[in-house]
Design a protein around this ligand. Structure first.
Ligand SMILES: [Fe+2]
Ligand SMILES: [Fe+2]
Length: 321
């Protein structure tokens, strides 16, 4: 939170005010309709149901709960002061926190989709796809809640600041910025999803949760990119700047939810402030260096890096641009 300075907030809210007055709601164009129809068919014929797909009954057998490299503190000298059991348990609490954050963010996405549905005809391709996406996102939230209960880790409620920002954005942002936020969060959730699903040593129910989420989020990302290109293709400097800042803020928002002092307290650390600060710093560096490639590629596609946004990406996300 301390990384966001008042200048950034000033930039952002100024742009938001301008865009709120100029952005109009658009439908996707005809040439994309067949692509969306295909996504609708996929959702109907290849639905991935958490209750069937995830082997919830398998008990833990001391396997890692997430790959060690994505535990926040990994790579920092303080990580080596933890025992093997503390590392595993830190993985548990962070994973629970990550899934709790995803469930919260997906609840906001559902709110955004529902608002959109009120403005479009129920037989339109966009309406029909959004209903499919809503069904899937509700299933995901149910799945995350089940996984959180299965892991029985420490859950930390989101801070007042995080809740305020989430609610404010989902209520007052123009549609294009809301959908770009949804996409940014989907891209962020997919980072861990991909890494967990590709790690055969990880506890199987969690691996399958990640695999399921990766499959369905891949379809959502495809749809949202189709929808957004009608905004980003014609966007001028100001809008591209706003889009880029919104993506940046969403990444920062999600990343800032993963590390808490309480997680270190739960594994028996006494100097929790020192460990949490090191973990935040370490996670920022790892995100910037290793996790942002796909998101940077997306921002480059709409030409979202310029003299205003580049320094912000470097400073707040440690992005290698
Ligand atoms: Fe999801
Ligand atoms: Fe999604």
């Amino acid at each position: 939170m301390q990384e966001i300075d008042s200048l950034l907030i000033f930039y952002y809210f100024s742009l938001l005010t301008i865009l709120n007055r100029t952005t109009t709601v658009k439908m996707i164009c005809a040439e994309d309709i067949e692509k969306v129809e295909r996504l609708i068919r996929l959702s109907e014929t290849n639905a991935v149901l958490p209750d069937v797909f995830v082997p919830w009954h398998i008990p833990e057998d001391n396997e890692p709960l997430m790959p060690e490299e994505i535990i926040s503190l990994q790579g920092h000298p303080l990580f080596d002061t933890l025992s093997a059991s503390q590392k595993r348990e830190l993985g548990r609490h962070e994973l629970v926190q990550v899934m709790y954050s995803y469930a919260w963010a997906e609840g906001l996405a559902c709110f955004i989709f529902n608002k959109r549905l009120l403005k479009i005809p129920p037989d339109s391709v966009e309406y029909r796809y959004l209903v499919k996406e809503l069904i899937e996102e509700f299933r995901h939230q149910d799945m995350f809640a089940k996984a959180i209960r299965l892991l029985n880790g420490k859950k930390i409620q989101l801070s007042w600041f995080h809740r305020f920002i989430g609610r404010f954005h989902s209520r007052y942002m123009p549609a294009s910025l809301q959908f770009i936020s949804v996409l940014a969060v989907e891209l962020v959730t997919d980072i861990y999803g991909k890494m967990i699903r590709k790690s055969p040593e990880v506890y199987e129910p969690i691996r399958k949760v990640s695999e399921l989420h990766h499959i369905e989020e891949g379809r959502h990302i495809h749809y949202t990119k189709l929808w957004l290109k009608h905004y980003t293709d014609k966007a001028g400097f100001l809008k591209r700047t706003a889009f880029s800042i919104v993506v940046l803020l969403n990444i920062w928002y999600m990343r800032s939810l993963y590390v808490t002092k309480e997680n270190f307290e739960a594994i028996g650390i006494t100097n929790t402030a020192k460990y949490a600060a090191a973990a935040r710093k370490q996670l920022k560096q790892k995100f910037g260096k290793e996790y942002l490639d796909e998101i940077i590629e997306f921002v480059q596609e709409f030409n979202g890096f310029n003299f205003i946004t580049k320094p912000l990406w470097k400073r707040i996300l440690a992005a290698k641009l």
